[in-house]
Design a protein around this ligand. Sequence first.
Ligand code: ADP
Ligand code: MG
Length: 327
Amino acid sequence: MRVAVLAGGRSSEHEISLASAEAVRAGLERAGHEVLDVRIARDGAWSVDGEALSVTPGAGLLDADVAFPVLHGPYGEDGTVQGMLEVLDVPYVGAGVLASAVCMDKLVFKQVMAQAGVPQVEHAGVSDARWRTEREAVLGELAALGLPVFVKPVALGSSVGIVKASAAEALGPALDQAFAHDARAIVEAMATGLEVECAVMGDGEPVASRPGEIRVRTEWYDYEAKYTPGGMELVVPAGVPEAVAERVRALAVRTFRLAGVSGLARVDFFVDGDEVLVNELNTMPGFTETSVFGKLFEASGVPYEELLDRLVGFARERHARERAYRH
Ligand SMILES: Nc1ncnc2c1ncn2[C@@H]1O[C@H](COP(=O)(O)OP(=O)(O)O)[C@@H](O)[C@H]1O
Ligand SMILES: [Mg+2]
């Protein structure tokens, strides 16, 4: 296959995307595929070998059989680039427009999951407009969540913009900070226990990896823990009883289906004793060979190259299936 790997992007996770894409590129080549490098600059310009890329709607992308958007965060993982790939009419790896958008928005995602009874932390949404006009009322309502709380812009990743507020006085500044990134914020009661992650892949019949446990030196899994070498340790299998690990896997697959995702996802949990809460679903998790997603499948008997090979296959199957619908 000729695979167009999309790397970079407009989000603050640009560099992380470049690292993921580098590994994906090498893995695809080892699996026998031909790779086309599409670079998306921070300003959003697309290029190939330094030349600006022009595209024609409906005419595909550079004669590629499949596109692989290895992009994290806004303008990459949120349905925007997926929409562009739909318009170009090229099969692409990963979730489609709607599922990408739903999973990028922490509040909408939680609403979709809540409707199906998926267990999650208590939370509340706050808009910038309401915060500016009804500060005291908002703070009054948020008191019901107790302390500490986690305050987050609704649509970022890599822990950017997230503040753990341990005292009531910290809540206002935390919201101000969240609104520097987004017009909506989510405030969550603090979950206790372990952070457990499970990788899922498939198209139609998703399969879950063995769950792994994230151990950090910092107070929580912040940006520093994510990207400082040695800042986090992935322990596989997670230190939970087998029955709990099975619940995590089942809930990961259920979440994947409910969100309408296809291809791949990493579903993240908080586990405390018997309690398993879904935190979030990432439609394009970090994708280097040593990223959690790859390591979890490796520990489940699926090597990195095979993973990539299967993802390319799912993309083509989905495209063929969706093409058969009449509009
Ligand atoms: N409600 C919560 N309770 C406890 N820890 C939390 C909570 N929300 C976030 N965290 C901590 O913050 C980290 C990042 O939050 P997350 O919602 O996963 O955002 P991101 O999309 O940036 O990864 C989590 O991995 C966890 O360590
Ligand atoms: Mg996370």
